[in-house]
Design a protein around this ligand. Structure first.
Ligand code: FAD
Ligand code: N01
Length: 552
């Protein structure tokens, strides 16, 4: 299909027409561009950053790594790509993953259709033309038949609304917007706010540099040792040889990662068996601990056994008993907030230059010109690190002012929480797709598996529309309502609602408390999406084109 363009390529505003505008050049946007090009559609990617990689472009904080093992955390769509790329560690570092993203962009010649350093501000559906009108921070105006949000679940970095934050005289950083040139904390008094995954990865490294590191913790986290190591050439080679089979199996699992769970309840195991298997899982590292029994995240009683095991580990590692107790999560089940994977996190609290401050009952009241203050005292810093997370899952989508049929605002539609059909589509927003949107497995899975599944489905759908001369596709309201009910019903059968997590929007004051990802698992979800397509896009309304669409 065709693209038309006007304007200059030298930084001035452009107007152009495409089959699809894709927002975001992370793993989702890059693969979507590649697939649409391959299917003969014209597409333009618009990316706020000045490079590809999304998460791995922005999150350059010390210690940033994947927690899905590198061999699993890679694209599966190209056998040549997997053959020519060698991961070096069990858990790849952010620079290595970013290098991979850049390699993909070069290898598939993606950059010529990506516009960097540009933010999409608005997208409005024109009901007469059945097209999306899109405007950007550079004043561009684009028209597209399809509008695809590849904006990421964890891309809207968030600094809480602390009083006085702008008065601080030292340096401030957010882990999700880390300076490209890096930060040298040598000799500095550093405060870090937050103890989620980003903090847990960066604290051990910042502590090695800083004169003193003060960690402000509101909620302690369950963190398991990564036991990271170099990948042997033998392991890489076995994986490469079995790549297609491994990836196919992974697509059918619940999490997009092949696991090897024992089919036995922890409650049926005696204390010795429990201890032996928990120890084994702990030493295998990563999420392997959870494979040792089949009900560790299924019931509170089973969960408490593994939660207490982790607390005992923390008590064994952290020498000061008071600090150890503060680091022990006690008021929510393990796994209901994203489990962290660390290297020397708890050990770091044995250092003389690290202090833990519990702010659960004494919230930060103010950032002052010299540091942080709460009711118990004040702390002076040269630098403050906000490891305070993201407006997850909806933040980046609602960062664009999206207007559908009748000018309906998505921000208003989602005021009480996101509503989607399959996490892919929204009623009254024709030809708009969300990649890993709320209501899909997304953040509960190996995200690359989920991204590829969505991109493949969207591309198949666009192809179907072209073949059948259809102008629009949109979720019906009943299908959307039924899907939202289903997502909620499944979530309420789990332990997830028992924690104040970002899965529920609980980290953002005022955000509706709605469990956003789909807990049904990527395998079952894929079957559902494929069935919907096979039944002629059941649950969608398809609008015929007035005249035949151009074909390749
Ligand atoms: P992103 O990578 O977030 O890319 C979205 C892009 O959209 C960004 O570059 C952003 O700048 C751009 N954008 C957003 N809004 C606009 C706009 N209005 N205009 C223009 N551009 C816009 N997942 C795993 O499965 N395994 C892991 O080990 C793992 N580790 C993670 C570690 C960290 C530190 C974080 C933060 C997340 C991690 N994730 C992990 C989740 C990770 O986000 C996904 O795996 C994946 O990288 C998401 O890719 P994406 O393309 O969907 O989104
Ligand atoms: O963010 P988070 P993150 N006052 O929201 C605290 C992925 N990821 O960037 O728990 C004081 O988890 C907040 O406290 P509480 C992964 O999916 C993966 O660390 O809300 N504290 C919490 O401690 C992850 O889950 C990796 O009580 C405040 C912290 O800030 C997701 O990204 C690495 C506060 C935020 O933790 C987000 O992780 C990094 C306030 N007002 C990220 N507001 C891997 O390892 C917030 N906090 C692959």
């Amino acid at each position: 299909m065709s693209a038309t363009a006007q304007g200059n390529g030298a930084g001035g505003a452009s107007s152009a027409s495409f089959d699809a505008v894709i927002v975001g050049a992370g793993f989702a946007g890059m693969y979507q561009l590649h697939r649409l090009r391959g299917a003969g559609f014209s597409a333009r990617v618009i990316e706020a950053g000045d490079g590809v990689g999304g998460t791995w472009y922005w999150n350059r904080y010390p210690g940033a790594r994947c927690d899905v093992e590198s061999l699993d955390y890679q694209y599966s769509f190209s056998d040549d790509l997997q053959r020519e790329w060698d991961w070096t560690e069990r858990y790849a570092t952010q620079p290595e993953i970013l290098k991979y993203a850049n390699h993909v962009a070069d290898r598939f010649d993606l950059r010529r259709d990506i516009q960097f350093e540009t933010r999409v501000n608005t997208a409005t559906f024109d009901e007469q033309a059945n097209r999306w009108d899109i405007t950007t921070s550079r004043g561009d105006r684009y028209s597209a038949r399809f509008f695809i949000m590849a904006t990421g679940c964890l891309s809207a970095a968030r600094v809480p609304d602390f009083k006085g934050v702008e008065t601080f005289k030292g340096d401030t950083y957010h882990t999700g917007q880390w300076p490209h040139e890096g930060v040298d904390f040598t000799g500095k008094r550093v405060g870090i706010i937050g103890t989620g995954s980003s903090a847990i990865q960066s604290i051990p490294i910042i502590a090695q540099q800083a004169a003193h590191l003060t960690v402000f913790q509101r909620t302690p986290n369950y963190s398991l040792p990564a036991n990271n190591e170099s990948l042997t050439s033998e392991k890489i080679s076995v994986y490469k040889q079995n790549f297609a089979e491994i990836k196919q199996t992974a697509r059918e699992t619940a999490s997009g990662i092949i696991t090897n769970p024992r089919d036995i309840s922890v409650l049926q195991a005696g204390p010795d068996e429990r201890r032996t298997l928990f120890e084994e899982g702990w030493h295998e590292g990563g999420f392997h601990l959870l494979e040792k029994f089949n009900d560790l995240v299924a019931t509170n009683a089973a969960n408490e056994t593994v939660a207490e095991f982790v607390r005992q580990k923390i008590r064994e590692v952290v020498k000061d008993p008071q600090t150890a107790e503060l680091l022990c999560p006690k008021d929510y089940p393990l796994g209901t907030k994203r489990i962290c994977i660390d290297t020397n996190y708890f050990e770091t609290f044995n250092r003389d230059n690290v202090t833990l401050v519990n702010i659960k009952d004494a919230p930060i009241e103010e950032i002052t010109p010299t540091g942080v203050r709460n009711k118990d005292g004040s702390w002076e810093f040269d630098a403050i690190v906000f490891a305070t997370g993201f407006d997850a899952m909806t933040g980046a989508i609602l960062g664009v002012d999206i207007k559908g049929r009748g000018g309906a605002s998505l921000r208003e539609k989602w005021a009480a929480g996101p509503r989607t059909y399959l996490g892919l589509s929204v009623a009254d927003y024709p030809n708009m797709f969300l990649i890993t949107g709320p209501g899909s497995p997304s953040v509960l899975s190996n995200m690359i598996v989920s991204i590829e599944q969505h991109v493949d489905w969207i591309t198949g759908c666009m192809d179907y529309m072209r073949t059948n001369n259809l102008a629009t596709i949109e979720a019906t309201k009943p299908a959307e309502d039924a899907w939202v009910d289903h997502v909620n019903e499944l979530a309420n059968m789990t332990l997830y609602p028992q924690a104040n997590s970002w899965y529920l929007g609980a980290n953002v004051p005022g955000k509706p408390r709605v469990f956003m990802p789909y807990v049904g698992g990527v395998g079952a979800y894929r079957i559902k999406c494929d069935e919907v397509a096979a039944k002629g896009y059941e649950g969608f309304t398809l609008g015929a084109a007035e005249r035949e669409l151009a074909t390749v």
